[in-house]
Design a protein around this ligand. Structure first.
Ligand code: NI
Length: 380
């Protein structure tokens, strides 16, 4: 297949996907579309992912060998598109503003390329179209289906569009680049009373305000300066009126970390803050809602990606760690994996209503990923 033919093939799918964005766990049309394309792709066999949305397929080589998976996320965001593209969203209030349409199309391209080369493949390629990356814990849901054990997946690869990188560039680095994403909630209960007589109740507002202050000291005073962590209180809710001291206050926010030990240390310290306030007579409930862990790129596989990219004439830059999340990390907990950014140009950041990717990057991304998979199948 020439690069031109591949690009035409990919554009058709990319345009359809961009027109039909769907939110996490609601990717029904997308799933049907992907399955239909896979069914018509030579050398590809559709498998059962075991989830309502998302899809799974395999390309089984002529001879046995390692099992390598490639993952693309397929969901979109609740954003009203303002890109002005001729193929803009037809689903009002929903938009592919993170490039997951690009990821899906690129993986359909990998299916096409590797399906055609099935006879030369030693081993098995698993194609995973994951639902719900943006919300609803799609990565965890896929892990819970047990497909990694069932198909004996040994390595996993994935990519993400990158708006501030030019087409023809990729960014990769070993180790972490996306953080563990956790959520917390404190409920501080005191006793409500008249605003003129605080001594008759137990005011939760100053206690919760002190809690906000002491949370700032966890990262600055208790965590090693050589580690990275963020604790952000993003919601502080309390009270109903100017002359009533309320009975309770709520704090909510997020914690981002790279190192699992630091993550565990922060949970303990946050719990201790709650216990401190309880000694003053407040009833404090602390809820820790864990999200995906930090990504962790395998050193050898990152090097494999870098080498292949150079061979495919990509400009390769270093991927810097960021405190955002990426649930590809769920798979890296199970098997070694590498995740990289593909330059897709554009003037607006991800999750912006004017976000665009340059589809010119599609054929290169599909070809690069296919070459990476072939290399991973031979290197063991
Ligand atoms: Ni994304």
């Amino acid at each position: 297949m020439t690069t031109e033919e591949l690009q035409t093939y990919l554009l058709e799918h990319f345009h359809w996907l961009h027109r039909h964005p769907e939110l996490a766990l609601k990717e029904y049309e997308t799933t049907d579309y992907v399955k239909n394309v896979l069914k018509q792709t030579e050398g590809v066999e559709l498998l059962d992912l075991g989830l309502e949305t998302g899809a799974l397929a395999k390309i089984e080589g002529k001879e046995p060998g390692p099992v390598v998976a490639v993952r693309a996320d397929i969901d979109a965001l609740p954003i009203m598109e303002e890109s002005g593209l001729p193929y803009c969203s037809e689903n009002e209030g929903c938009m592919h503003a993170c490039g997951h349409d690009f990821h899906t199309a690129a993986l359909l391209g990998v299916a096409k390329l590797l399906g055609e080369q099935k006879e030369q493949i030693k081993g098995t390629v698993i194609l995973l179209f994951q639902p719900a990356e943006e919300a609803e814990h799609g990565g965890e849901k896929v892990v819970d289906t047990g497909i990694f054990e069932k198909y004996k997946i040994e390595k996993v690869f994935g990519l993400h569009t990158r708006p501030n990188l030019p087409v023809g560039t990729i960014a990769i680095a070993p180790g972490p680049f996306a953080a563990a994403v956790d959520r917390f909630l404190y409920t501080v209960k005191g006793m409500g009373c008249h605003g003129s007589a605080p001594q008759t109740g137990l005011d939760p507002i100053p206690a919760a305000a002190r809690l906000v202050g002491s949370l700032q000291e966890i990262v600055s005073r208790r965590i090693s300066p050589l580690e990275t962590a963020v604790i952000s209180v993003t919601r502080f809710t309390s009270g109903t009126s100017w002359n009533i001291i309320p009975g309770e206050a709520e704090l909510e926010g997020t914690v981002r970390t790279f190192n699992p030990e630091v993550r565990a240390q922060i949970v303990k310290l946050m719990q201790a803050q709650a216990e401190g306030l309880e000694k003053e007579g407040y009833q404090v409930e602390f809820k820790w809602l864990p999200g995906c862990p930090a990504t962790n790129n395998d050193e050898q596989l990152s090097e494999l990606v870098r080498k292949e990219a150079v061979e495919e004439k990509f400009h390769v830059t270093l991927q810097h760690p960021e405190m955002g999340g990426e649930d590809f990390s769920c798979y890296q907990e199970l098997v070694p994996g590498a995740f990289f950014h593909v330059g897709t140009g554009g003037d607006y950041p991800a999750h912006n209503s004017k976000f665009t990717v340059d589809p010119a990057a599609l054929a290169g991304a599909s070809r690069l990923m296919s070459e990476i998979v072939k290399k991973a199948l031979t290197a063991s």
